[in-house]
Design a protein around this ligand. Structure first.
Ligand code: F6P
Length: 317
């Protein structure tokens, strides 16, 4: 019986490093390995090809995913899932590694219930999977946002303005929090915490009165609309306030070392779990890679790091 690997949902930098690790480990362990192209959509359509060592050469440093990805509505139906399983059977595939976020993990669990052993490698820039301390792609996205903030700060400073920068993260504020700290932003607005606009405005005015010529306010997309925030702050402070929506730039680019190393380690553990005939969600806690049942992982609620939020507040007065 054979093993396959696929990517699903929003791509994340480091997916390719994980694909490479899964393919190489599988071959090292003497297995035949297949790639599924285009996520669950591609699986339903039978877009399956055999991979070899050179299929994954020269990809560890690349963003995106060489396998392509999708958000599949069809796979959410019983018919779609049955069709996916039938395609796996054609290729004698009974073990599948799924790279993606929460939605992809749910897809993997659905396949497990239909007799396919599945392993989930957490890949999303959002860092919103509660069972694991970090997800692959998150630290690279934080680096991209940090770099963007530095550039935005230059021009903001030149004009003595404020800039409201909207970042991704769905309903999770982690990109805003971590990039806010590493980029030295003045304020962050995240869905997990109440926002007091008067407090932010006061901080901007106090900064201005001390001679500060830039004010960077990071808004997580799940916490509000950047243009509205900018309008309100400009009204409250009189400081000219511009908006930058970083958008998909946050999902691209070469993965940083932390994501490459995590992707490689998790890829190996995913294959090892499947070879032990165990379905598993792979995660990291306290620097240690672990695996646990996918259902358990999916039930673990994501917890916002309030301590880090307080740290951000203290150092940005
Ligand atoms: O989950 C990753 C993510 O980039 C989110 O931060 C964002 O809200 C969403 O995907 C965008 O999805 P799509 O690529 O479908 O527009």
């Amino acid at each position: 019986m054979n093993i396959a690997v696929m990517t699903s949902g929003g791509d994340a930098p480091g997916m390719n490093a994980a694909i490479r690790a899964v393919v190489r480990t599988s071959i090292y362990k003497g297995m035949e390995v297949y790639g599924i192209y285009g996520g669950f959509e591609g699986l339903i359509d039978g877009k399956i090809e055999k991979l070899n060592l050179s299929s994954v050469a020269d990809i560890i440093q690349k963003g995106g995913t060489i396998l392509g990805t999708s958000r599949s509505k069809r796979f959410q139906t019983e018919e779609g899932q049955e069709s996916a399983v039938s395609k796996l059977k054609i290729y004698n595939i009974d073990k599948l590694v799924v790279l993606g976020g929460d939605g992809s993990a749910k897809g993997a669990l659905a396949l497990e219930k239909k007799g396919i052993k599945t392993a989930v490698i957490p890949c999303t820039i959002d860092n919103d999977m509660g069972y694991t301390e970090s997800t692959i792609g998150f630290y690279t996205a934080v680096e991209t946002v940090t770099d963007a903030i530095s550039k935005i700060r230059d021009t903001t400073e030149a004009h003595g303005r404020a800039n409201v920068v909207e970042v991704m993260g769905r309903s999770c504020g982690d990109i805003a929090l971590y990039a806010g700290i590493s980029g030295g932003a003045e304020s962050i607005i995240v869905p997990e915490m109440e926002t007091n606009m008067d407090e932010i405005a006061k901080k901007m005015l106090e900064g201005k009165n001390r001679g500060k010529r830039h004010h960077i306010i990071l808004v997580a997309e799940g916490a509000g609309e950047a243009h509205e925030v900018a309008r309100e702050l400009q009204k409250l402070t009189g400081i000219e306030t511009r908006v930058t929506i970083l958008g998909y730039i946050q999902r691209g680019g070469s993965p940083g070392p932390a994501d490459r190393i995590m992707a490689t380690s998790m890829g190996v553990v995913a294959v090892e779990s499947l070879l032990e005939n165990k379905s598993a969600a792979i995660g990291i806690r306290g620097g240690r890679i672990f695996s646990e049942p996918i259902g358990t992982a999916l039930r673990t609620k994501n917890k916002f790091n309030r301590k880090l939020y307080e740290t951000m507040k203290m150092v940005s007065i």
